[in-house]
Design a protein around this ligand. Structure first.
Ligand code: MSP
Length: 476
């Protein structure tokens, strides 16, 4: 049984977190909790990306030093994850001393292996994307994402010999030794191989806020090259060889990310690792992008949703549920806030909440308490395996569907069919068995929902033990 390292992208600290960031981080949290419950050793890494031109620009706009902005906003990410009951094992910040040292070590290695070279470069740089764009990517001369005219930059940079590693990266992907899923993402990457890819610059001359190239202090390390290195700096690449061996070399490394940063992760990152002779990630799972009422989430449109607001309105577990139950993980989707209330009432207040409440109240009336040894009907059946298979394939949405549309729904139908409140009058034994079977199933539901709704799972287990029911999700 291999131990698992599971990561999220590290998020830019130019602003506070929104539900886009929360979405990936929650998914990683659920998967880590699931793996840990399966008795696997797992490590969940997340953090913040704090260098680069656009962070410096954001700090300047509010008149503070970049580091001050980073400290402030990085904390907002940590706070939000706490509010969402997200339990990471390590939070990396790229302004951490140990990250900076690890990055220097990695860059010295690149130099030693002669895979970086100096070149005069001219290009169009978008600070919003933190990357060079090519003419045909522009729309009316502007970056299609940030609607800004990119800056014409002409400077000397250090370039990485990407071309030397493309074949090898491609082969690894083809053989699934480094796996990209879902299949649409893999297709996209193979499309890029076909188009051809240039060597890329790993340093910048005019940017001030970043880590200097250790062998050329006139240059700052390109923020993307540095950010990718968080995945190894955080687990000891620079300073803890044993830990690095344990969680990188000998672990199953899984990166979660959205499609916006696929190229960096699926091509540049493995190439950089190959160049210094390190193992490439085992798997990258790419999820889609969601819109809010069919529109891109953006400050200008004023439709950015703060996960903390959702927690205030719905509570922690309900927020976790609502964000992950909208559409399949791995596909694009749309979020409609009005649907949150509807879904909350239908699935949580009614669905799960009601099932637990009415079962416990019948049990109390009939004088029955939960007994794990009682030989009852198995109402869970195949759902157990289906759920496990779904989560092992990162199918979070499908796993929730199995619990709600099958397990919970089976219980509801079982109650309707047996009418235990009538049955108790004619056949006490049979009615008792019905209640015991339901209690059993609810106890298993509490286990199944644990990675998703940890607090609710605990509440249900407690209610089963004490026989006292309390409202889990008050109607909104
Ligand atoms: N700092 C880089 C990542 C470096 S990783 C070595 C970055 N940061 S970011 O703050 O822009 O975060 C991008 C990530 O946030 C996406 O890949 C995705 O995980 C998440 N999302 C941001 N907006 C999202 C949506 N609207 N929908 C889904 N996920 C979203 O890029």
């Amino acid at each position: 049984m291999k131990r698992i390292l599971i990561t999220t992208p590290i998020y830019y600290v130019n602003d506070k977190p929104h539900i886009g960031h929360a979405y990936t981080t929650l998914a990683a949290d659920v998967l880590t909790r699931f793996f840990k419950l399966q008795k696997k050793e797992a490590f969940f890494l997340t953090g913040t990306d704090e260098h680069g031109a656009h962070i410096a620009e954001s700090a300047e706009k509010v008149g503070i030093a970049p580091k001050e902005l980073c400290d402030k906003n990085s904390k907002l990410f940590k706070d939000a994850w706490k509010n969402l009951d997200i339990k990471y094992d390590y939070f990396v910040r790229t302004t951490d001393e140990r990250h900076e040292r690890a990055v220097e070590k990695f860059f010295n290695k690149l130099k030693e292996k002669k895979v970086v070279y100096e070149k005069e470069y001219q290009g169009l740089y978008c600070t919003g994307c933190e990357k060079f764009l090519i003419e045909r990517e522009l729309k009316d001369g502007k970056c299609p994402f940030h609607k800004k005219t990119p800056e014409k930059v002409s400077e000397k940079n250090w370039f990485f010999k990407l071309s030397d590693y493309l074949d090898e990266v491609k082969k690894l992907l083809e053989k699934n030794e480094s796996k990209i899923s879902p299949s649409w993402a893999k297709k996209e990457i193979f499309g890029l191989f076909k188009q051809g890819l240039d060597d890329f610059s790993v340093s910048r001359q005019k940017v001030k806020w970043g880590i200097p190239v250790p062998f050329d202090k006139s240059q700052i390390i390109y923020v993307w090259a540095e950010a990718l290195l968080n995945y190894i700096s955080a687990i000891g690449y620079g300073d803890k060889p044993d830990q690095f061996k344990k969680w990188w070399k000998e672990a199953r490394v899984i990166h979660l990310l959205a499609k916006d940063i696929l190229k960096f992760h699926a091509i540049y990152w493995p190439a950089l690792l190959l160049a210094v002779g390190e193992k490439v990630p085992d798997e990258e799972f790419i999820h889609g992008f969601f819109t809010i009422n069919e529109q891109k989430m953006s400050k200008t449109l004023g439709n950015v949703i703060d996960p903390n607001d959702l927690v205030k309105k719905f509570g922690v577990d309900a927020t976790r549920y609502l964000l992950l139950s909208q559409f399949p993980f791995g596909q694009d989707g749309d979020i409609q806030q009005e649907r949150f209330v509807e879904k909350y009432n239908a699935d949580l207040a009614n669905g799960l909440g009601n099932l637990v409440a009415r079962t416990l109240s019948m049990a109390e009336r009939f004088g029955i308490s939960y007994d794990s040894n009682y030989k009852s009907y198995d109402l869970v059946g195949d759902d157990r395996l289906l759920y496990k298979n779904a989560l092992e394939k990162f199918k979070l949405y499908e796993a929730l569907k199995i619990i709600w549309d099958s397990t919970i729904s089976t219980c509801d139908m079982y109650i309707t069919k047996n009418e235990p409140w009538n049955l108790i009058k004619t056949n006490k034994k049979a009615a008792e068995k019905v209640i015991h079977s339901l209690l059993h199933c609810i106890s298993e539901i509490a286990d199944l929902i644990e990675p998703f709704l940890p607090e609710t799972s605990e509440k249900i287990k407690k209610q089963l033990k004490t026989g006292k029911s309390e409202i889990l999700f008050p109607r909104i």
